[in-house]
Design a protein around this ligand. Structure first.
Ligand SMILES: NC(=O)c1ccc[n+]([C@@H]2O[C@H](COP(=O)([O-])OP(=O)(O)OC[C@H]3O[C@@H](n4cnc5c(N)ncnc54)[C@H](OP(=O)(O)O)[C@@H]3O)[C@@H](O)[C@H]2O)c1
Length: 138
């Protein structure tokens, strides 16, 4: 039921470097393969960019051990590249602390999302199998 509800959806996740957030990302990757994309809101630290934090603090965490064992490292890497996108932002700062590059990235993700939604809608109308209502939070 949860999987059906999230199929094809793009989800914005905050707190993915934290204890609960990592578990949520892992659970969605493992149990909801039909989810379209997980946009992870991660702030940079003084030592690392948000992308580096994804690699070193999230994906390298023991929370993903089971999924890596089930899929193998290569397939896990492909899954992460396919489903995860980093939005470098700080929820506590004005304008979410987005740099111009971050704003451009957000526009790009929005654009991609709209195009994929449109493609999904057309395919759905063609096959007339079901009614797609795609919700995107970016
Ligand atoms: N753990 C539990 O058992 C439990 C139980 C009930 C409720 N909760 C609640 O659930 C929430 C998450 O818990 P947790 O254990 O996962 O906490 P956590 O390990 O401390 O993680 C907190 C997460 O929030 C992020 N964050 C904080 N301020 C941010 C900001 N300004 N911009 C972007 N990201 C920000 C942190 O990012 P950084 O890494 O950048 O700091 C981190 O990813 C908390 O509100 C907690 O009170 C937890």
């Amino acid at each position: 039921m949860i999987e059906e509800g999230l199929a094809g959806k793009t989800i914005l996740i905050t707190g993915s470097t934290g204890f609960l957030g990592k578990s949520l990302v892992e659970k969605l990757l493992r149990s909801v393969p039909s989810v379209a994309r997980l946009n992870l809101a991660i702030r940079s630290s003084s030592r690392r960019s948000a992308q580096e934090r994804l690699e070193r603090e999230v994906l390298a965490s023991p929370a993903f051990r089971r999924l890596k064992e089930e899929l193998g490292e290569d397939a896990f890497r492909r899954l992460a590249e396919d489903k995860l996108a980093v939005l470098e932002l700080d929820l506590g700062r004005p304008g979410l602390g987005l740099s111009e590059a971050g704003r451009a990235e957000r526009r790009l993700l929005n654009d991609i999302d709209k195009k994929s939604t449109e493609a999904t809608r057309k395919a759905t109308l063609t096959t007339a199998k079901c009614d797609i209502r795609h919700t995107s939070v970016v």
